[in-house]
Write a protein that binds this ligand. Structure first.
Ligand SMILES: Nc1ncnc2c1ncn2[C@@H]1O[C@H](COP(=O)(O)OP(=O)(O)OP(=O)(O)O)[C@@H](O)[C@H]1O
Length: 624
């Protein structure tokens, strides 16, 4: 069927994504263990795909890289100058020299800041341009994907790819690339400087590094586990919130508010317990690392002091060294944090590219026709189809509708009525057989032409959160206000529109939820009238419409059907009675065909259907 889910925006709750980092949890500060990070499945392929977007900025990237090298190197000079100031100027008491070197340091640090500002600015621009293009291409790919794709994917998940994932890519691009370059250069430069100043002290200060790794590993594995549990629990809680918002009516009707609150309380407490544990674990590491760092400094200071007494090293060198060793720990932590950010950025990019790599709706055949006006003859010839190959939904369907005729399709729920519409609109293609319009196989008609020939009014119409006028205009974008008002009049929609607070300019809520179902249908009918299609597909509403509006809708539909071929998934007795022909569908097959009287005379499936629904109870809707 034309899946109603496909037309409803998925409620975006940040669906459960185990393995995604959460803002505010896990943190990326020094020494902190970030929450679990989702890993890309094929890093190389993803980087290649991302490079396609980045390569236009090659020159800027090279410039950024050069600037990173310069600023990192300049940064490395600072600690060296501190030592020099102590040994050459402070100890000998050379005030002028001290001023000179202080000025030099100020200039160097000012230059570092300037370069860092330029790098960040340029990188943010590149990142934003890249995600702009990614977002654009992803959205346009979504517009060209077949309906089948939307049937098979959670809408919340697709929303999350367009929003969350794009955000993570943007974060990774704007900060991580520069940070990683800076950290690597700083790390290498610092080690070189430390070795140059004193190989002995370098050996002493790196002894704490393996200890740091050991503790980090031990605590990180426990923390990750707790964060995973936390995310899974948060996912469950999100699910509960989502269900309660979307299903509020059901909750209220069944008076289940207090049970839902209890359930929420249970899940919320579970989350609190797990979150406290996770945060405590991740909180152990920073003080521990601080302790190790300070221990390292103490050892360096001790050994350095001893060497100074023995006069194998100067005080200035010890001061420089201690400053370098601080520089040494920082990029290490920074790299670990950036590694996680980059990994989640890459896995987000992978999720985005997954959608972009999906094959779009099959291209039109090269000889596909673009006819505009048609007579409106529709024929299904030996049509068979199944959504899944092993489950046929339609079996050998044959029927012929002549131009201007109205054909009603009736049958029990799940019989395959909507599926016939899905095939005619080419939301899906037949497995075998042919569907013809004016004798032309619809696969030989351009998709855009085919869809412009068809007008569809479903039970559940999707309306945009725009003005009533623009919602009607969606049928024909160039329509003038006058044309819009004309069709609204013809569709009997004028009266209720005039009563809206701003008439045609009233802005509807999302999906037009501030209108009744009947009113939404009247707007949908106006929209189709404006599009002026040759063939109509109508799905009559079965419920939710008050008798007065129903009359309006019925009249509007009749106006719409005038002079057009109409295929009506019928529920109203009047439509069925007035139809030129009725197709009775059961379990994917046409079991009977004829007009109302002929079918009644047959005393078959239709007769039973009719007797059970209309005759005895005089109900207006035909449904099983
Ligand atoms: N997107 C889909 N993917 C897989 N199976 C589907 C899909 N849409 C419908 N079906 C299945 O195809 C069969 C026919 O569905 P269809 O929607 O055509 O029935 P229908 O006659 O229109 O029913 P109703 O009157 O309840 O709308 C059903 O068994 C349904 O479960």
């Amino acid at each position: 069927m034309i899946d109603p889910r496909a037309s409803k925006p998925g409620f975006y709750s940040g669906p459960r994504q185990p393995g995604r980092p959460m803002s505010g949890m896990g943190g990326h500060g020094p020494h902190q263990i970030p929450g679990p990070v989702s890993k890309p499945k094929d890093t190389r392929k993803t980087i290649k795909q991302l490079w396609i977007y980045l390569k236009d900025h090659r020159v800027t990237l090279i410039f950024i890289f050069i600037s990173v090298v310069i600023s990192s190197l300049l940064n490395l000079i600072g600690p060296y100058l501190i030592g020099k100031a102590i040994d050459d100027f402070i100890i000998p008491g050379d005030f002028i020299g001290l001023m000179r070197i202080a000025l030099m340091m100020v200039s160097i640090y000012a230059l570092v800041s300037l370069f860092t500002y330029i790098q960040n600015r340029l990188m943010i621009q590149i990142a934003q341009k890249t995600v702009f293009n990614l977002r654009k291409n992803l959205f346009s790919r979504l517009q060209h994907l077949p309906i089948k794709f939307f049937d098979n994917h959670l809408h919340g998940d697709l929303m999350s790819r367009l929003t969350n994932d794009i955000d993570l890519i943007s974060n990774a691009l704007s900060s991580s690339i520069v940070q990683v370059f800076t950290s690597i250069i700083s790390l290498i430069g610092t080690v070189i400087m430390m070795l140059w100043l004193s190989p002995t002290l370098t050996m002493v200060s790196v002894t704490v590094v393996p200890l740091m790794f050991l503790f980090t590993r031990m605590i990180a594995s426990r923390t990750r586990e707790s964060f995973l549990q936390q995310q899974s629990q948060l996912g469950d809680l999100n699910g509960l919130i989502e269900e309660n918002i979307s299903g509020q009516k059901v909750v209220k009707i069944f008076n289940r508010e207090s049970q839902e609150i209890d359930e929420f309380e249970k899940q919320n407490s579970a989350l609190r317990g797990i979150a406290i544990r996770a945060q405590i674990y991740s909180g152990i590491l920073p003080p521990l690392m601080n302790l190790l760092n300070n221990f390292g400094f103490a050892v360096v200071a001790g050994v350095g002091g001893y060497m100074a007494i023995r006069q194998t090293i100067t005080i200035g060198i010890i001061a420089s060294f201690i400053t370098y060793s601080r520089h040494f720990a920082r990029p290490l932590n920074e790299l670990a944090n950036q590694f996680n950010l980059i990994q989640s950025g890459l896995s987000s990019a992978e999720r985005v590219f997954e959608v972009m790599d999906e094959p779009p709706e099959m291209a039109d055949l090269p000889n596909a026709a673009g006819t505009e006006a048609v007579r409106g003859e529709v024929e299904f010839s030996k049509v068979s189809f199944g959504y899944k190959p092993e489950e046929p939904v339609l079996k050998n369907i044959n029927f012929h509708i002549f131009p201007g005729q109205t054909v009603a399709i009736v049958g029990p729920t799940g019989a395959g009525k909507t599926t016939m519409v899905n095939l005619l609109t080419r939301f899906y293609d037949v497995d075998s057989g042919t569907i013809l319009i004016d004798g032309i196989d619809i696969r030989n008609i351009k998709r855009s032409t085919l869809r412009s020939l068809l007008g569809i009014v479903l039970q559940d119409t999707y309306l945009f959160a725009e003005s009533v006028r623009d919602n009607i205009r969606y049928g024909y974008l160039e329509a003038s206000d006058e044309e819009i008002e004309n069709v609204a009049r013809l569709a009997n929609a004028e009266q209720f529109i005039r009563h809206l607070p701003n008439g045609y300019d009233t802005i509807l809520t999302e999906d037009g939820s501030d209108l009744s179902q009947g009113q939404r249908q009247l707007i949908a009918i106006s929209r189709v009238l404006l599009a002026n299609p040759s063939i109509l597909i109508l799905d009559e509403a079965t419920s939710n419409i008050d008798t007065r509006t129903e009359k309006y809708v019925q009249k509007a539909m009749l106006n719409l059907m005038k002079g057009r071929t109409s295929l009506v998934i019928a529920h109203r007795l009047s439509t069925i009675r007035n139809a030129d022909s009725i197709l009775v569908i059961n379990k994917g097959e046409i079991v009977e065909q004829g007009n109302h009287q002929q079918l009644l005379d047959k005393k078959g499936f239709y007769y039973d259907l009719y007797m059970s629904q209309f005759n005895s109870k005089s109900i207006q809707n035909l449904e099983i």
